[in-house]
Write a protein that binds this ligand. Structure first.
Ligand SMILES: Cc1cc2nc3c(=O)[nH]c(=O)nc-3n(C[C@H](O)[C@H](O)[C@H](O)COP(=O)(O)OP(=O)(O)OC[C@H]3O[C@@H](n4cnc5c(N)ncnc54)[C@H](O)[C@@H]3O)c2cc1C
Length: 460
């Protein structure tokens, strides 16, 4: 075993949308920043073909900007993203080239001076008093002890916070049911015009799969045909026929495909793995295996039954099963469903979330898809641990309730929180204070100068 130790101002663990934004923002403020990830690349779920949802609210007004928009604009400049397009179903969609994300992530880290360390997983956190003193990373018989003033947990799962003994909640209801994961894949050779012609003639195929899905008119063939920047959620009649015949390859009532940036390319978000806890390696192994096997059957079903997909094939399978939900860490503050539904924007908000409450269930209830009349604010305290004062979180694992996570989990929101966490961490290090002592008014002012949107009223 090789052992190393190193010291940083700020150590960010997890290099997905939240971790990228956190580390790059903090490094741009001149801090010595480590960004560590267990993968051999950066970007987390932004590299599996998913569109960025949530830049616009229900009414088409932009509620997220700043780092997230900068990232998209830089992809767009090289033809690797389609911009922000209003969508009657998802408020907005921004489809990206998943591979280009990995390259841009490295470029931006290098420009900002972030020290990147890959192939390492956080396996321990040493706590003295209440403070996290070190986090231990491990990979390939290398053991690295990282000392830092501040740690930011961007693992999605709250792994570092969990290792440091912080409290958390999981799932919904007595059974703590978590959303089912999905193994994504990329397919090529799709004739999307044939699919769109078919749904133009069979509009019933676009009917939502369950009554819990709120939808608006206009999510139809004409919308898809007008612009290749779309996410297709449909074929519900076909799927129920296949179910009735006992030949539906997945436990869901529709197909979700994301139109790729290249002709004939689509990302497939249609597998569903039931009862998989994303923090349990045995469940993860079962999920990966079942997901791959589901993909095989699914693509055969596409070829046989879905117009335009007759000659499609899998060109790649996502390197990791896509986890929608695990731990929600306890923070100084927590957003409740009630607050989200009333569009509460507290004075301590560091970003807005305008995306739908989008909860996938593990069973025949399908999906809860509840639109928000207006965006709500994510208070700074949702990112700060009350138990470990030099630990923050950003991304999927922040302190929100079991339904609000259905909105805050989307990637632009994770990036917006990351930008706030990175800036707050840098301020805390400069001023030699703990994250909980950062002056939120000054933090908000600084975020605004970086383009962040903190209130819909001020924006207009
Ligand atoms: C199937 C699926 C569909 C989705 N659809 C959409 C969509 O259409 N649009 C949208 O905007 N959002 C969507 N989401 C939600 C979104 O992708 C995630 O919630 C978001 O990526 C979370 O960002 P994050 O940075 O918190 O975590 P992640 O993207 O999960 O990144 C976490 C990073 O931390 C690393 N990591 C984890 N644990 C450790 C550890 N112990 N040590 C070191 N590194 C670690 C991982 O390798 C990863 O790089 C979807 C999610 C899934 C799974």
């Amino acid at each position: 075993m090789k052992t190393f130790s190193c010291e940083y101002d700020i150590a960010v663990i997890g290099g997905g949308p939240a971790g990228l934004a956190t580390a790059i923002t903090a490094a741009r403020e001149g801090k010595k920043v480590l960004l560590a990830d267990k993968n051999g690349f950066l970007g987390g779920n932004l590299t599996i073909g998913l569109p960025l949802l949530g830049f616009l609210d229900e009414h088409g007004n932009q509620c997220i900007s700043g780092f997230a928009e900068e990232f998209v604009q830089r992809l767009q400049a090289r033809g690797a993203a389609y911009g922000i397009r209003p969508c009657p179903k998802h408020n907005s969609v921004t489809n990206v080239d998943a591979e280009a994300v990995k390259i841009l992530a490295f470029e931006m880290c290098r420009e900002a001076g972030v020290q990147v360390l890959l192939h390492v997983e956080a396996i321990d956190a040493a706590v003295e008093g209440e403070m996290v003193k070190t986090v231990t990373l491990y990979g390939k018989c290398n053991r690295i002890t990282v000392k830092a003033e501040l740690f930011v947990d961007c693992t999605g799962d709250g792994d570092v916070a969990c290792l440091a003994g912080c409290s958390y909640e999981t799932g919904r209801g007595e059974e703590q049911e978590m959303m089912p994961p999905t193994v994504m894949c990329t397919i090529e050779n799709v004739n999307d015009q044939a699919l769109l012609d078919y749904v133009a003639e069979h509009p019933d195929e676009m009917k939502p799969m369950s009554a819990t899905i709120e939808t608006k008119p206009g999510y139809d063939a004409a919308y898809f045909k007008a612009d290749p920047n779309y996410v297709f959620v449909g074929m519900t009649q076909l799927w129920s026929r296949l179910k009735a015949e006992g030949i539906c390859p997945v436990e869901r009532g529709n197909m979700i495909v994301i139109n790729g940036l290249h002709k004939g390319q689509m990302y497939v978000n249609t597998t569903r793995l039931l009862d998989v806890d994303g923090t349990d390696v045995f469940d993860l192994t079962r999920g990966e295996m079942e997901g791959h096997l589901q993909l095989h059957k699914l693509i055969e079903t596409f070829r046989k039954f879905v117009p335009g997909f007759e000659n499609c094939y899998i060109s790649s399978i996502a390197p990791n099963i896509g986890i929608r939900e695990t731990r929600r860490m306890k923070g100084l503050e927590c957003v409740t469903l009630e607050q989200a539904l009333e569009g509460a924007v507290p004075h301590s908000s560091i970003c807005l979330s305008g995306y739908t409450i989008d909860i996938h269930y593990n069973n025949e209830r399908g999906t809860l898809f509840k639109k928000l009349e207006r965006p709500f604010g994510v208070p700074y305290g949702c990112l700060v641990s009350p138990e470990r004062p030099n630990l923050m979180f950003a991304g999927r694992c922040i302190s929100v309730d079991d339904h609000v996570v259905g909105s805050t989990r989307v990637m632009p929101c994770c990036m917006a929180m990351g930008q706030a966490a990175g800036l707050a961490a840098a301020m805390a290090v400069t001023e030699k204070v703990l994250p909980g002592q950062v002056d939120v008014t000054r933090l908000r002012r600084a975020l605004k100068t970086q383009g962040a949107i903190l209130s819909m009223e001020e924006k207009q």
